[in-house]
Each structure stands twice: as structure tokens, then as C-alpha cells.
Design a protein around this ligand. Structure first.
Ligand code: AHR
Length: 502
């Protein structure tokens, strides 16, 4: 049995957790929209054709913000095609994902879906094939009450009240050569500044997200962030790193250590932001919107698939394993540990496409393995993130050096009066005996210890067996003299909730 120790002091905080750290992403890609959130012929479709079973699962995850409509898709998107009477909307070739876009779901339908899901929309602008004017007109269409060309057009489309979208993405992965309208850092930084300027002239309270690096292996990282922000620092509020992780070489210790790479990435991006802050003698801090993160490798080859031109061809439908859930747990913990700088994060994506929710056309919807760590963090990881001291035995890894067996963070939510410990035991062989010093807590007591474990690291949830990998409550956690002790099974995700008196 391995032994680890955590010291939790609720006075020592990392920062307030912005609930938008539990955001997600829906792109017009594969069956995310058509066959995912929308399937009018489905027995569970509501009055607008949205799948109620999917909506229920999204509400269960409690996703405060959903990024839309892309992704790579957005860089060739003509938003005007997606509004007005559906019968008159053009069908377009989506060359990015090799599909037909029928435009049955567009800006207004998605806003309605998000409302039903209990989410805010982060609208992403096309800064690939388009620019300032398309951005300005979309903003006026969405957010201006009425009395002007674009706002009256929205009203004529039956949407009387403005959507009032607050968070806007200034393009998608513009550093990537694969992106339609890919740009150099100077070129993009200048454009982001001009688009940002015209948007903030309309409404200075908008929150704007500039494209960061598509991953930390991009040759232009981190100069990209420094150059882009040099141009648009005053207009934007966030920069957006993206990153996907995977176990391509079937090397579990290395796979589970990849959250250390995310940790370094976040620190480096924050440092790049602060470098520009210092250079500009600015008092403003740019935070991070980590608006694409997840495990994605089971279908990575799908990127170049040329399927026949159809609506909603299945793409990027990763079937997640139990070990993927552990990896997502480690990544979620890492995001929480940076709650002072990561204010928005989007699990990419939400339904069918590299997603926690899977559906069958005409059939059921079910929870993939990665649903659970996200659910637990979203449900219990509210309030403030605590700066915990973790003492854990380590293993040696050729890529990441010394890796702690225990990956952990704690949160404190004044509202519920609970401290929650999130912990992954990376060891494949040994449980961890966890001792947790709750020094500053009054009357701490265990509310619940939930764990996600499975004897088979490759276990999945399927339509036939949707609860194969599912969390359960375990006993044994106890608090004595201000110290919590509990056992974390080998290879497990754990949520330990502790009630405390304020
Ligand atoms: O989420 C899938 C794709 O990954 C997105 O379209 C793109 O932004 C990223 O490269």
C-alpha cells in the first residue's frame, strides 16, 4: 500500500472557481448537431426537434457555457446562411469536415437549445474566410435590441429579444496551417485587435477570446501568444490554449502523466500573457479560456477521412475507456489547480464527437466513461480552489520525470459548507492510503467518498452495457482528530466530500 498526505487549509486559496471552467463545445461536425442535440424524428424529440434525452444528460453535467459553432468549421461559416426561414436556407458543402451542412440548426436554434440546456453561448467568429464586417453584423444581429438593419432582421425571424451573448471567440486555431484562412501571428493579432475594437465600441462589457496556440508542440508556441497579444492586448480578455491527449503507444504511466504537460502549458501561456502585460506596463491581466481540451486519439485518423457528402456523417466518435476517464480526471484537477488564471474551459466536445455523451440515431443516449469525472467536478468543484500541499510517492517517467502517484486538488464551497477532495491514484498495482490534515476546518465529517474504478483499464460503456463503468460510494473514510483517512483503490478517480462548519 502506498501512503500519501494532503494538507488542506481553507485560508490558502488558489482563487475563485469561475463556473465557466465547466464549459463544453458543440461544433457542426459529425453527429454533434445532426443526430446529437437535434433529431426531429427521434421519439424523444421536443417541439423544436431537440433530443430531450440528450438535454437531460447535458443538464445533469451542469454546463454553464457552450462554445459554438466551431472549431475548424467556423473558419468557413457564413452565419447568414443559418438564420431565417429554414426552407429558404442554403445547403452548403462543409469542406472542413467533408459533409453537407443543411443549416437547419443555426444561430437562433442553437441559442434556444442552450437556453433549454441551462447554458450560456460562447459565439465564435469566422476570422478565417471572413473578417470585421461579418463579425460586426453578427454581433448586431444577436445583441442589438431592434431598430437597425441586422437587429430588425432577427426580429423578423421571430426572435424579439436580443440573445445578448457576452463571450465571443475571435476565430479558431488561427495558428494552425490546417485552418481555413490560417494566419501568421502579426496578421492575426492585428485582425483580432480591429475586430475586438469594433465589438467593444458596440459594448465594452463583452468578453473577447483571442486564439492561443493549438497545442504546446506548435512551432510558433509561445511566441504566437506574445506577438498576438502585443497587437490586441487592450481589446481582449482571454487567450485560448487548446490541447488533446491520448494513449497512442499504450503506455498507461506516460498517458496518465500527460496532465503534467497541461500544467506546464497553462503556466507558460499565463507567463506569455504576463510578459506582454509587463512590456505594456498594463494593469490589466489576460486570463485563459482553455476552450478545447479532452482525450482524443481513438479516432485521430478521422481528421482526414473523406466520407461521401452527407448530413451528419459519424466522425471523431471516440469510444472512451476507463483509463481515459482517469486521464480526464487528472486534466480536470489540473484546470482546477489553475483556477486563478483559467476562467473558462470547454471540454471538447459534448455529444457524439469526442464527447462524454453518446447517442444512436433513433436509439438511446448514454454516458461515456469520461462523463463522470467531469460531472463530479462540475457538481462539487464550486467555490474556491484550495492550494493544497500534496506529499506523494512518485514514479519515474522518461517523458515527465518524477510523477506523483497521487494527483489531487481540493475545493471549498461556502454555500454547501463542503470541502471536496478530487484525487486520482495513478498506480496500477497499489491502493493509496490517504491521510489528510484538515487543520483549519471546524467539525469536519465525511459526507461521502465516491470512486470510479474498474478491473479492466480498457473497459467502456456501450449502448448494450451503459453502466459498465460507473461511480459508486465506498465506505471506510473517517475523520479523527482533524485528520481524514481513506483508501484510494489502485487506478481510481475519487471524490471525497467533507462537511465543515463555517
Ligand atoms: O474538436 C475537434 C477539432 O479540433 C476542432 O474543430 C478544432 O478546433 C481542433 O483542432
Amino acid at each position: 500500500m502506498l501512503k500519501a498526505r494532503i494538507i488542506i487549509d481553507k485560508e490558502r486559496t488558489v482563487g475563485e472557481i469561475d463556473k465557466r471552467i465547466y464549459g463544453s463545445f458543440i461544433e457542426h461536425l459529425g453527429r454533434a448537431v445532426y443526430g446529437g442535440i437535434y433529431e426531429p424524428a427521434h421519439p424523444h424529440a421536443d417541439d423544436r426537434g431537440f433530443r430531450k434525452d440528450v438535454l437531460e444528460l447535458v443538464r445533469e453535467l451542469d454546463v454553464p457555457i457552450v462554445r459554438y459553432p466551431g472549431g475548424n468549421f467556423v473558419s468557413a461559416f457564413r452565419w447568414e446562411d443559418s438564420v431565417g426561414p429554414v426552407a429558404q436556407r442554403p445547403k452548403r458543402l462543409d469542406v472542413v469536415w467533408h459533409a453537407v451542412e443543411p443549416n437547419e440548426i443555426g444561430v437562433n436554434e442553437f441559442a434556444e437549445w442552450a437556453k433549454r440546456a441551462g447554458s450560456e453561448v460562447m459565439m465564435v467568429l469566422n476570422l478565417g474566410s471572413r473578417g470585421i464586417d461579418a463579425a460586426r453584423s453578427l454581433l448586431e444581429y444577436c445583441n442589438h435590441p431592434s431598430g437597425t438593419y441586422w437587429s430588425d432582421l432577427r426580429v423578423s425571424h421571430g426572435i424579439k429579444e436580443p440573445h445578448d451573448f457576452k463571450v465571443w471567440g475571435l476565430g479558431n486555431e488561427m495558428d494552425g496551417p490546417w485552418q481555413i484562412g490560417h494566419k501568421g501571428a502579426e496578421e492575426y493579432g492585428r485582425l483580432a485587435n480591429e475586430v475586438g475594437k469594433s465589438m467593444k465600441l458596440f459594448d465594452p462589457t463583452l468578453e473577447l477570446v483571442a486564439c492561443g496556440s493549438s497545442n504546446r508542440r506548435m512551432p510558433t508556441f509561445p511566441q504566437w501568444e506574445a506577438t498576438v497579444l502585443d497587437f490586441c492586448y487592450d481589446q481582449v480578455d482571454y487567450v485560448s490554449p487548446h490541447s488533446y491527449y491520448g494513449n497512442e503507444t499504450d503506455d498507461l504511466p506516460t498517458y496518465l502523466a500527460q496532465s503534467l504537460g497541461m500544467d506546464e502549458f497553462i503556466t507558460a501561456v499565463a507567463n506569455a500573457c504576463d510578459f506582454v502585460k509587463a512590456k505594456k506596463r498594463s494593469r490589466k491581466t489576460i486570463n485563459l479560456s482553455f476552450d478545447e481540451w479532452n482525450v482524443w486519439f481513438h479516432t485521430a485518423h478521422d481528421n482526414s477521412v473523406r466520407s461521401p457528402w452527407t448530413v451528419g456523417p459519424p466522425r471523431l466518435e471516440d469510444i472512451y475507456t476507463f483509463e481515459d476517464a482517469l486521464a480526464v480526471g487528472c486534466l480536470m484537477i489540473t484546470l482546477l489547480r489553475h483556477a486563478d488564471r483559467v476562467k473558462i474551459a470547454c471540454l471538447a466536445q459534448l455529444v457524439n464527437v469526442i464527447a462524454p455523451i453518446m447517442t444512436e440515431n433513433g436509439g438511446p443516449a448514454w454516458r461515456q466513461t469520461i462523463f463522470y469525472p467531469f460531472l463530479h467536478a462540475s457538481r462539487y468543484g464550486r467555490g474556491v480552489a484550495l492550494d493544497v500541499l500534496v506529499e506523494s510517492p512518485v514514479y519515474d517517467n522518461k517523458e515527465f520525470g518524477e510523477v506523483p502517484y497521487l494527483e489531487s486538488v481540493a475545493t471549498y464551497d461556502e454555500g454547501s459548507g463542503q470541502v471536496t477532495i478530487f484525487a486520482v491514484n495513478r498506480s496500477q498495482d497499489d491502493p493509496v492510503l490517504l491521510e489528510c490534515d484538515l487543520r483549519s476546518q471546524t467539525d469536519p465529517h465525511v459526507v461521502e467518498h465516491v470512486t470510479l474504478e474498474h478491473e479492466n483499464a480498457k473497459a467502456t460503456n456501450t449502448k448494450e452495457n451503459p453502466d459498465n463503468v460507473a461511480p459508486r460510494t465506498i465506505s471506510g473514510a473517517k475523520v479523527e482528530n482533524g485528520t481524514l483517512t481513506t483508501r484510494l483503490p489502485a487506478l481510481s478517480w475519487n471524490v471525497i466530500r467533507i462537511g465543515v462548519r463555517p
